[in-house]
Design a protein around this ligand. Structure first.
Ligand SMILES: NC(=O)c1ccc[n+]([C@@H]2O[C@H](COP(=O)([O-])OP(=O)(O)OC[C@H]3O[C@@H](n4cnc5c(N)ncnc54)[C@H](OP(=O)(O)O)[C@@H]3O)[C@@H](O)[C@H]2O)c1
Length: 282
């Protein structure tokens, strides 16, 4: 187990599933964890569970709704006022929206929560990540990105919506963004990698959709790995000395693993960067 004493880590979506297991394990390694969650009560319950199991308390709960630019900026400011360094940022939070719905900022929700929110949060925290280098950013993608395509003319799924395309598409954009950001940060000591956790038994996608969806969701359980198992690759990339200096890679099962062919297209990555900055008014 890596000694993470003295390290400050942010884990988004750490009240549930893979994020909670990641926060628990990092706490056990000695790190100080800021749990970035969108609901204080759910955060407090998870914090108590982590303290009970690990015998240590994660340091803080701070509210961050990744569907809201205002909330992300407030979180980043609060964090920077409270801490003078950031060693690890794990952009773990994610969600599946089975119908097309817009956030208060007017973005399609799969795109907003699974891609735009992590882009903006990382952007806001980059100065402190740079000044704390060597530091690590870990983004959570999904195997579903392999079935997705990039349609710059319809990033918001206005013309055609399917949750698989919208969710998988957002996770593909997150990979492409990871590769572009890693290139832009070369030589700074800030590394950026992306992780596919596998098929994990969590709340993801379970509480939404039709009755049939919910039944199918339950039937999938025997084929899923536990949240503890699902957190292993995030933890490996966040803490292992073997990953020191490694950047711009996709990991699965704690190994570098290829992402889809299109994700490596550098001209698409650069175009995506520009379009995202425009969308977020950066
Ligand atoms: N489970 C899998 O098989 C699987 C496969 C591939 C990738 N992933 C990815 O793994 C990551 C973790 O998911 P999980 O499986 O652990 O699912 P989970 O148990 O549903 O956890 C998702 C976390 O994200 C948070 N979240 C959702 N919307 C948010 C928002 N608008 N702002 C802030 N936080 C928000 C949730 O908070 P609430 O509890 O408040 O909703 C929860 O803490 C996600 O990025 C997911 O896409 C999971």
């Amino acid at each position: 187990m890596t000694d993470m004493n003295g390290k400050i880590c942010i884990v988004t979506g750490s009240n549930s599933g893979i994020g909670k297991e990641t926060a628990r394990a990092l706490t056990e390694m000695g790190a100080t964890i800021v749990m970035a969650v969108r609901d204080r009560t759910r955060g407090e319950v998870a914090k108590m569970e982590i303290a009970e199991v690990s015998g240590r308390e994660p340091c803080d709960i701070m509210l961050c709704d990744l569907a809201s630019r205002e909330s992300i900026r407030m979180f980043a400011n609060q964090f920077k006022e409270s801490y003078d360094r950031l060693d690890v940022l794990i952009n773990n939070a994610g969600a599946v929206f089975r119908s097309r719905q817009l956030t208060t900022d007017g973005f399609e929700s799969n795109l907003a929560v699974n891609y735009l929110g992590s882009f903006l949060l990382t952007h806001e925290l980059l100065p402190i990540l740079r000044s704390s280098a060597p530091s690590r950013v870990i983004n959570l993608t999904s195997g579903l990105h392999k079935r997705a395509n990039v349609d710059f003319d319809d990033l918001q799924s206005k013309r055609k919506f399917s949750w698989r395309d919208a969710y998988g598409g957002a996770k593909l954009l997150l990979i492409m963004y990871t590769y572009e950001l890693a290139r832009r940060l070369e030589g700074t000591g800030v590394t950026v990698n992306v992780v596919s956790p596998g098929f994990v038994a969590t709340n993801l996608g379970g509480g939404t959709g039709s009755r049939l969806n919910k039944i199918m969701f339950r039937m999938m359980r025997p084929f899923q790995i536990s949240a503890e198992e699902g957190a292993k690759t995030s933890l490996y990339v966040a803490t292992s000395p073997e990953v020191e200096g490694v950047t711009g890679k996709h990991f699965a099962k704690s190994q570098i693993s290829p992402s889809s062919e299109i994700s490596y297209d550098e001209s698409l990555q650069k175009r995506l960067w520009d379009i995202t900055e425009e969308m977020l008014c950066l």
